[in-house]
Design a protein around this ligand. Structure first.
Ligand code: 1HE
Length: 282
């Protein structure tokens, strides 16, 4: 089995990430770069000359990567090279699709972004510059969004005569509400980083150039959680929030019982009671 390195060392804390071709076929030649820092996988959109427009190759590789996260990875960070996170769908590939191909294309995006949202590890997105169309759909599939002050958001689909097809109509209203999403598409209006933060697109806002540092800091905290808690936040909480109240409450009781029964939870609570664990805020 051929093993190859994908290593892009921006600074010395980053280590080489050894991955197999079976795990990530073609990833080394695609528009994505992979790095690893301890238990964190960093997936970088790497097509800055096209403003990280998401072509089929990139979307399929995102699906492969998030379907094959190695066990030792506990959290992922999606970030982007250059001044823009992503200009969305690669419009040059859109031109000659018929309705049936269009349906399959949209379903391919759904598959890939479902792997991001409902995969094995929480995902933090680090956003700068344009985060538009499919770029915003990708960001919306992540669990936490960190935005630099240059970030801006738009859904130019309305202006291009199309509709969102990568899951935005499902995920974005959960962040900002349906009326705001409809306004973005009706008017093509651009939402700046501060407003995006206020209305719930990002959970963290940083100075320019500080997004990745913040994203990695958050990812390190997530890695420190019990895996079952992260799992419950990714897979159970979204179902609870969509269920009717009586079903939601029973689901909450079940997952509360399962998590607190784990050996790790018992050890963590004992550490606190013995005065050996951090207090809230420390
Ligand atoms: C692209 C794309 C793209 C740039 N597909 N090639 N998305 C959009 O409608 C957004 C379109 N892009 C823009 O509005 C601007 O490019 C940006 C505001 C993001 C950046 O502006 P700027 O001045 O920095 O870059 P640029 O000069 O416009 O673009 C640089 C190159 O990237 C240029 O190619 P070049 O060969 O002439 O150098 C652009 O053509 C190319 N480029 N954006 C293809 N999107 C699952 S459904 C999702 C539906 C959608 O996402 S629709 C929204 C599509």
């Amino acid at each position: 089995m051929t093993v190859f390195c994908l290593a892009f060392i921006n600074y010395c804390r980053l280590s080489f990430f050894m991955i197999t071709e079976e795990q990530f076929p073609n990833a080394q030649t695609s528009s994505l770069q992979l790095q690893r820092l301890d238990n964190i996988l960093i997936v970088k959109l790497y097509r800055p000359e096209k403003r990280n427009a998401l072509n089929d190759d990139t979307v399929l590789n995102i699906e492969k990567i998030f379907s094959n996260i190695p066990d030792e990875i506990k959290c992922a960070v999606i970030c982007a090279e250059g001044k823009h996170f992503s200009a969305g769908l690669d419009l040059s590939e859109l031109v000659e699709r018929d309705a049936i191909q269009g349906m399959y294309h949209s379903r391919m995006w759904h598959r890939a972004l479902d792997k991001v949202q409902f995969g094995t590890v929480p995902v933090v997105a680090v956003l700068q510059g344009a985060c538009v169309g499919g770029g915003l759909e990708l960001a919306s599939a992540c669990h936490i969004r960190v935005a630099e002050l240059s970030a801006f958001y738009a859904l130019p689909e309305g202006q291009r005569g199309i509709f969102v097809g990568g899951g935005a109509s499902v995920r974005l209203p959960k962040l900002i509400g349906m009326a705001r999403m409809a306004d973005m598409m009706f008017t093509g209006r651009v939402i700046a980083a501060e407003e995006g933060h206020m209305i719930g697109i990002s959970q963290y806002l940083t100075e320019e150039g500080k997004g990745l540092e913040k994203g990695l800091e958050i990812a390190a905290k997530i890695c420190g959680n019990a895996s079952i808690t992260n799992y419950a936040l990714m897979h159970v909480l979204p179902r609870i929030t969509e269920a009717a109240q009586d079903q939601a409450l029973i689901m909450e009781s079940l997952i509360a019982a399962i998590t607190s029964d784990s050996t790790e939870a018992k050890q963590r609570m004992k550490q606190f009671l013995d005065g050996k664990a951090k207090k809230v805020g420390e």
